[in-house]
Design a protein around this ligand. Structure first.
Ligand SMILES: C[S@@+](CC[C@H](N)C(=O)[O-])C[C@H]1O[C@@H](n2cnc3c(N)ncnc32)[C@H](O)[C@@H]1O
Length: 246
């Protein structure tokens, strides 16, 4: 091997490792852990049939939401982390004049919501399977949303994991940029300490106004989940927070 080749290789390796180090340093703390999770046959079928109809591929290009939902006269709601999608599908059925852009990273959940969308012939749901932070930064125009739903975000109970919580001051600023003036942000959680955290973060954001004194009454469009019902019977609480963008 010539000295020049050796030099070039060493140069390449050290600049690669510099890039890798910079990548590692800049790597965002994620609010989720990608679980493997089994995709059922029904979900796999729904993914195959439903994705071309209801799926929007992640791309760093601003979406025209009216074009995506084929109508201009509807309210546009973003749902973050829909899990298995039962709530999303129920709300989409209850509110046919609203369009729901639903974002989730978990494949079985995406399959489950696609299955529900197909079964109930829903036309007002679109799904993006990707980290919502990128979707907000790169796919949504400022002042393009009439509402945002975040139901039971992972509470990340342990103190050393609090940095993984989705609701953080910087993230809320990003949400505010995407909300129209007068639009709402609705967060619900069943973990009291996280409820207190969310209430404090949202209250500190001057672009938002609380619709209640502290916690809100559960808005009628949010259905009770099976899990929530079980919790309520055991005496556990659920806290809804609805804030309006000034
Ligand atoms: C505890 S689950 C709640 C699911 C559902 N909203 C419910 O009420 O049952 C939180 C969900 O948020 C999703 N999630 C967390 N961070 C996310 C992110 N940055 N982008 C997209 N989805 C995310 C997780 O994959 C998970 O499915």
């Amino acid at each position: 091997m010539s000295l020049m080749t050796l030099f070039n290789q060493t140069e390449q390796t050290s600049s690669q490792s510099a890039t890798q180090q910079a990548d590692l340093k800049n790597r965002r703390i994620r609010s989720f852990v990608l679980r493997q999770g089994r995709v059922t046959k029904g979900q796999a079928h729904a993914l195959e049939i439903g994705l071309p109809k209801f799926g929007i591929s992640y791309a760093a290009t601003t979406l025209d939401l009216n074009e995506q939902f084929n109508r201009t006269d509807s309210k546009k709601i973003l749902e973050i982390g829909f899990g298995m999608g039962e709530t999303t599908a129920k709300i989409a059925q209850t509110l046919p004049d609203y369009d729901f852009l639903a974002v989730e990273v978990h494949t079985p959940g995406v399959g489950a919501l696609l299955k529900l969308a197909e079964e109930h012939a829903l036309t007002n749901i679109r799904i993006i399977q990707h980290d919502v932070v990128d979707v907000l930064h790169n796919m949504l125009a400022d002042a393009s949303l009439d509402g945002i739903h975040i139901f039971f975000p992972d509470p990340w109970h342990k103190k050393r994991h609090h940095k993984r919580r989705l609701i953080q001051a910087e993230f809320v600023k990003l949400l505010c940029a995407k909300l129209k003036s007068g639009a709402y942000l609705h967060v619900a959680t069943d973990w009291q300490e996280y409820a207190e955290w969310v209430l404090a973060v949202l209250t500190a954001e001057t672009q938002l106004q609380n619709s209640a004194d502290t916690y809100a009454e559960k808005p009628s469009y949010r259905p009770l989940t099976k899990f929530e019902n079980r919790g309520i019977k055991l005496g556990h609480g659920v806290w809804d927070m609805v804030f309006i963008k000034r």
